[in-house]
Design a protein around this ligand. Structure first.
Ligand code: UD1
Length: 371
């Protein structure tokens, strides 16, 4: 019997661990999955709602670290997670994605000589100013199993000297969750709550440090959105960190919390099902999220990515994603093209994004952990 810690901490982790747990649970004689929640995200709507909706078992272990600077957050998670690992060491630690919790748990694993698997390995933006890029590179370098979503991730890892026999191209676990929940998503028509019609609104998310830490950059983006909202309503489930920044920079005038058609509509962060319902019915997405670049592709929705680069270039070369950075004119121009039907971008995604990535991951673990 192999004891497996699945570490999650921040919102984008939860939909990635859900399908892996489900798959591990199919082999109760082989695996004992244990959910560890670091507490990086702690609000109900940033964390608990995902456990409820995605049927993730309640965390067996909660580290409760909360917010803090990068060093503080990463350090606190390491201190608390090491204690737990020493108490009753697992046979394998699984980390997902690129958040501070991912890196902290990975470092603890390698220092205690516990085997480590990184899900979503090999993605690179080649921008080392991004905390997520550092988290990805370091987690990969200390992992024993590197599970990748697409071919270019494999190429990145090979270039960095990671031995071939550690790399497994399995597809995208986030898409497993998207496919598994289609029925539930379709049973909700969240846009109706805001008096909107399907395919007649744009969906916005914005939280990356590079966009919200500086007033000028945030303003460049908001100026563009202020133009776009004259043509199509924009709905914005807001990250609590971004809300703080808006207040700090006195930028509240760009927003409203009612049906005023001339302003961006601010709403609370949503759970998985309601957010996916809004996403599926949107005409256009504007976002600096990592995962949305993949989800919009599978759903064939044009996505303007408010970043200078992406660790998911496959969504640009093959898919419906366009990089617009924080350039006001470029954001407006590209949005116009889409709204006037002049964009030639079409969704096209890897064949392994088929809802079976976690099945492939667990197959590898069944073979390799029981040699
Ligand atoms: C983290 C990830 C980012 C991911 C994002 C998704 C890192 C380096 N970044 O960024 O890759 O895209 O999560 O949300 O790990 N806050 C709350 N309540 C919460 C969580 C956060 O109020 O439940 C506020 C706190 O003020 C906190 C701020 O949001 O200081 C930022 O949270 P943090 O976890 O540090 O990073 P994110 O910006 O969420």
């Amino acid at each position: 019997m192999k004891r497996i810690f699945l570490v999650s901490g921040a919102r984008p982790n939860f939909m990635k661990i859900a399908p892996i747990i489900r798959e591990l649970e199919k082999y109760p004689e082989k695996f004992e999955p244990i959910v560890v929640h670091t507490g990086q995200h702690y609000n109900y709507e940033m964390s608990k709602i995902f456990f409820e909706e995605l049927n993730i078992p309640k965390p067996n272990i909660s580290l409760g670290v909360g917010s803090g600077s990068h060093g503080e957050q990463t350090g606190k998670i390491m201190i608390e997670f090491e204690k737990v690992c020493l108490e009753k060491p697992p046979d394998l630690i699984i980390v997902v994605g690129d958040v501070n919790s991912t890196l902290a748990a990975a470092l603890v694993a390698v220092k205690l000589h516990i085997q480590l698997a990184h899900i979503e390995a090999g993605l690179r933006s080649f921008d080392r100013r991004m905390p997520e890029e550092i988290n990805r590179i370091l987690a990969d370098v200390v992992s024993d199993f590197l599970f990748t979503t697409c071919e270019d991730a494999n190429l990145n890892l090979k270039r960095e000297g990671i031995p071939k026999d550690k790399i497994f191209l399995v597809g995208d676990v986030m898409i497993d969750t998207l496919f598994a929940n289609q029925e539930k998503i379709d049973s909700v028509q969240k846009y109706k709550d805001f008096g909107l019609d399907s395919k007649k609104y744009a969906l916005l998310t914005l939280h990356r440090a590079e966009n919200v830490a500086t007033k000028n950059i945030m303003k460049n983006i908001l100026e563009a959105l202020n133009e776009i909202v004259k043509e199509i309503p924009i709905i914005f489930p807001i990250h609590p960190g971004t809300l703080k920044q808006i207040k700090k920079f006195s930028l509240s005038d760009y927003f409203c919390d009612n049906n005023n058609p001339k302003k961006i509509r601010l709403i609370e962060p949503l759970g998985y099902i309601e957010f996916q319902s809004l996403l599926k019915n949107s005409k256009l997405v504007l976002s600096d999220s990592g995962g949305l670049q993949e989800e919009t592709n599978v759903l064939n929705i044009p996505c303007l990515t408010l970043r200078e680069n992406t660790e998911r270039p496959i969504t640009l070369t093959k898919g419906s994603n366009i990089l617009v950075g924080s350039n006001t004119k470029m954001i407006i121009d590209e949005a116009h093209k889409i709204l006037n039907g002049k964009s030639d971008k079409k969704a096209n995604y890897p064949t392994l994004w088929d809802g079976k990535a976690s099945e492939r991951i667990v197959k590898v673990l069944r073979e390799k952990l029981f040699k």
